[in-house]
Design a protein around this ligand. Structure first.
Ligand code: ADP
Length: 306
């Protein structure tokens, strides 16, 4: 089974649904409130585990009730949490207001995520035995860089989702094998709006790029090959939260099994399309049997990587 380590965030999303978001100083009455386990790291871990990966998570939750629930959610999805620290203080939270037009405003408080400042020997040993390390930018940048550099040194493939968008240190890009921005992040990183041109610009810094394009699919680009786009299945989207994380988790599993990149991308697109047809983040992420039923199965046998 593909072994994947995620070095990333866990957050409890605190979501208030309102007809209209309040202006500064105003109070409005909301319609509904939900607490939804999230965080880009945890979302990618759950997505990869549902897609059939053998997944471990490195990060931190707080010693509060959210921390208990965040860990339990990961474990219920089959994610190994031995190296997920529990630290003094609150878990990470995302305070989200969603209005009737589907618009949102979000405050993220890193909480425990902000305490993950370095890796220890146990983390390194876990990464050493992994097929891939998945990284995002919701932990302190210093530990993201350390994770990527460590994985590179150990010969482990690194997959970076550069979200939330920010300028990346050269050291991080130099240790990244596959960069997976969405089109907005790709534009923010390069200053170039056109995804093909942005991908070309990014190839100066990393060997492989996948830019996700929402309902338009995903673009693959690598040095010395023609870029190509894999279309997304046409579906009725009800909630696109964590679509990108579902895509990355499934992609990492398929690539880890040695599938050709075009097939891996199509399979990951199917996983993401299934997730957008359901509400929620981790709860919307499809299981391997569902992805296989919609796409056709990956054999699970390793093939020569392209
Ligand atoms: P993010 O969630 O990070 O903003 P995208 O919006 O690009 O990323 O979505 C990631 C992937 O999810 C896309 O490449 C696509 O495969 C899938 N996806 C997103 N929105 C839709 C949609 N409306 N219909 C089908 N697939 C979608």
């Amino acid at each position: 089974m593909t072994s994947i380590v995620v070095l990333g965030s866990t957050n409890m999303d605190l979501v208030a649904f309102v007809s209209r978001a309040p202006a500064r100083g105003e109070t409005v009455t909301g319609r509904e409130f939900r607490t939804i386990p999230g965080g880009k790291g945890a979302n990618q871990a759950v997505a990869a585990a549902h897609a059939g990966g053998d997944v471990s998570m490195i990060g931190a939750v707080g010693n509060d009730e959210f921390g208990v629930r965040l860990r339990a959610t990961l474990e219920a999805s089959g994610v190994e949490t031995d190296l997920l620290r529990t630290v003094e203080g609150p878990s990470g939270t995302a305070h989200i207001v969603v209005d009737d037009e589907g618009g949102n405003a979000i405050v993220v408080v890193p909480g425990a995520n902000g305490t993950v400042s370095s890796l220890d020997h146990g983390d390194e040993a876990l990464i050493a035995n992994a097929g891939a390390l998945l990284l995002q930018l919701e932990l302190p940048l210093s530990v993201v860089v350390e994770g990527a550099v460590t994985a590179r040194r150990l010969g482990v493939r690194t997959v970076l989702t550069p979200a939330p968008a920010q300028q990346l240190p050269a050291e991080l890009l130099a240790a990244t094998d596959l960069l997976v921005p969405n089109e907005h992040e790709a534009a923010a990183l390069t200053g170039v709006a056109d995804p093909r041109s942005a991908a070309t610009a990014l190839l100066a810094q990393v060997p492989e790029v996948v830019i996700t394009l929402g309902a338009a699919g995903a673009l693959y680009a690598a040095r010395d090959t023609e870029p190509f786009t894999v279309p997304a299945p046409r579906v009725r989207a009800v909630d696109t939260t964590a679509a990108g994380d579902t895509f990355v988790g499934a992609l990492a599993v398929a690539l880890g099994e040695g599938r050709p990149v075009r097939e891996a991308m199509a399979w990951a697109s199917t996983a993401a399309a299934l997730s957008v047809q359901r509400e929620g983040a981790s709860s919307s992420m499809p299981y391997r049997s569902e992805i296989d039923a919609a796409h056709g199965p990956l054999s699970g046998q390793e093939v020569d990587a392209v």
